[in-house]
Ligand binder design. Structure first.
Ligand code: GDP
Ligand code: MG
Length: 179
């Protein structure tokens, strides 16, 4: 008996790009997500793509994380704009400059999304929640900015529990799946 050709499904893939000004914690978040540890010794000028096999909502996915490093902000963004299936824009809650800086990223992504199909979802992330004593950016300001740009918003800390960091990356996969 002949069977129809079974379509082999490639495991799903998701490309995530982390953006934000230097020092907001992009690499710390990436390392935390990949190793469950908060590590502080790594090259601050290194930009790389890391890959991790994840299971999100019982479905396997190869998640690639591009940990960007841009001294000058989003001036050479072509390398990641069309590669990305989802963007994670990070600022540090104890640093108003990083919050201002992330708005430039959001504007760049918004204008990219004007012409790019399918639109690439964006998550806004306030990092260093453990630094609440030195907070310069109110949670409500983060929420307002996120809703202005139509993105989801979280606050986390790269040096606290792993699960809330993992949750952000997994939510990114969910958003990317929806397209
Ligand atoms: P990047 O330039 O965005 O990659 O920032 P890094 O990940 O290199 O982090 C910059 C500095 O902030 C480093 O000294 C980190 O150890 C520190 N850092 C990153 N995330 C956190 C956090 O959640 N809480 C605290 N207290 N420090 C953090
Ligand atoms: Mg870095």
């Amino acid at each position: 008996m002949m069977f129809g050709k079974v379509k082999t499904c490639n495991p799903a893939e998701c490309n995530l790009v982390i953006l934000g000004v230097m020092g907001c914690g992009k690499s710390a978040l990436t390392v935390k997500f990949l190793t469950k540890r908060f590590i502080t010794e790594y090259d601050p000028n290194l930009e790389d793509v890391y890959s991790s096999e994840e299971v999100v909502d019982q479905q396997p996915v190869t998640l690639r994380v591009m940990d960007t490093c841009e001294q000058e902000g989003p001036v050479n963004s072509e390398r990641y704009l069309s590669w990305a299936n989802v963007f994670l824009v990070v600022y540090s809650i104890d640093n108003m400059e990083s919050f201002n800086g992330c708005q430039l990223y959001l504007q760049t992504l918004a204008s990219h999304n004007k012409t790019f199909r399918p639109q690439t979802p964006i998550i806004l992330l306030g990092n260093k929640k453990d630094m609440d004593r030195y907070r310069q950016v109110r949670q409500s300001d983060g929420e307002a900015l996120a809703s202005h740009f139509g993105c989801v918003f979280f606050e986390v800390s790269a040096c606290q529990d792993f699960h809330s960091v993992q949750q952000v990356f997994h939510e990114a996969v969910r958003r990317a799946r929806k397209g």
